[in-house]
Ligand binder design. Structure first.
Ligand code: HPA
Length: 284
């Protein structure tokens, strides 16, 4: 057993590894001011990366401790630069549990972003709409989540600086959610608000599972984000998030679901999504 590791995943994805990664990347990222926000871009939402000014890009393969992103629609680049004149960090791509990654690895990028100075995290994802008032193409401010992955990125040895039993009563910061809604109003981009259910995947849900999620109080369902938010809260970061409702969940929609449909919808709403995030960062 090594310091910072556990039996299942020795020494990977630890807080110490994140600090070392940040030290190694610091010069290449040339971070002047501490980032106002770190942004994780979900499936098909990576276009925001191209709107980052003065961008310095590091492929995931050069980030110590990062595996390659494997999913189509995920670029796998860490970017430092500016949005709305504010310093930001962004990750185009993330690590999903369904790729077989250890839960702590799914949260490791958040530790790296934190070690690089970020204290506010913006998470985004593609999700299926469960709320029957939702339509494909809607953007939903994440009000809360339900962890149905049955794994947790904090499993294993307690990391230095972590809280063993972190409070999750305000996982998606109330004040930041209000800022998102204000930004949406100012831009004329209508926003929904709702609960995100995070499932392991990678198969989409059955109609019976979607009915169950509806009864549990979920408005949208996806396969990411939850591990990142949990790590962020455990290390004291504030979190805001938006789901792009790319499709109606199985059973609510009667047509078969494909990843292509997910990416088509994100392409359609990409501009609104990007403008929203830029306005939000400008208001931080
Ligand atoms: N279910 C789970 N994940 C998703 C979906 C869905 O319907 N759409 C996009 N990501």
């Amino acid at each position: 057993m090594t310091a910072g590791g556990d039996r299942a995943t020795p020494a990977i994805a630890s807080a110490a590894a994140a600090s070392r990664a940040a030290e190694q990347l610091g010069d290449r990222l040339a971070l002047g001011a501490a980032p106002a926000c770190a942004i994780i871009l979900g499936s098909g939402l990576g276009g925001l990366a191209d709107r980052i000014e003065k961008a310095r890009r590091i492929p995931f393969r050069d980030v110590p401790g990062f595996p390659q992103a494997t999913v189509h629609g995920h670029a796998g680049v860490l970017i430092a630069g500016e949005l709305a004149g504010r310093a930001v960090l962004a990750m185009a791509g993330r690590f999903h549990l369904y790729e077989g990654h250890a839960p702590r690895l799914a949260g490791y990028p958040v530790r790296v972003l934190h070690a690089l100075g970020a204290r506010t995290l913006f998470v985004s994802n593609a999700a299926g709409g469960i709320n029957r008032n939702f339509a494909a193409g809607d953007l939903m401010v994440i009000a809360d989540h339900i962890n149905l992955m049955f794994r947790n990125p904090l499993e294993g040895m307690l990391e230095p600086g972590d809280i063993r039993f972190p409070d999750m009563s305000d996982p998606y910061d109330r004040a930041l959610r209000a800022k998102l809604h204000e930004a949406g109003k100012a831009l004329g981009v209508p926003l929904r608000d709702g609960v995100y259910a995070g499932l392991l995947g990678p198969s989409y849900e059955t109609p019976a599972e979607v009915r169950m999620l509806e009864r549990l109080g979920a408005d949208a369902v996806g396969m990411s984000t939850v591990p990142e938010t949990i790590v962020a809260r455990a290390i004291g970061m504030r979190v805001a998030g938006v789901s792009c409702i790319t499709n109606l969940a199985c059973g609510i929609s009667t047509t078969p679901l494909s990843h292509d449909e997910v990416l088509e919808t994100t392409t359609r709403v990409a501009r609104d999504f990007e403008n929203l995030v830029i306005a939000f960062v400008g208001a931080l």
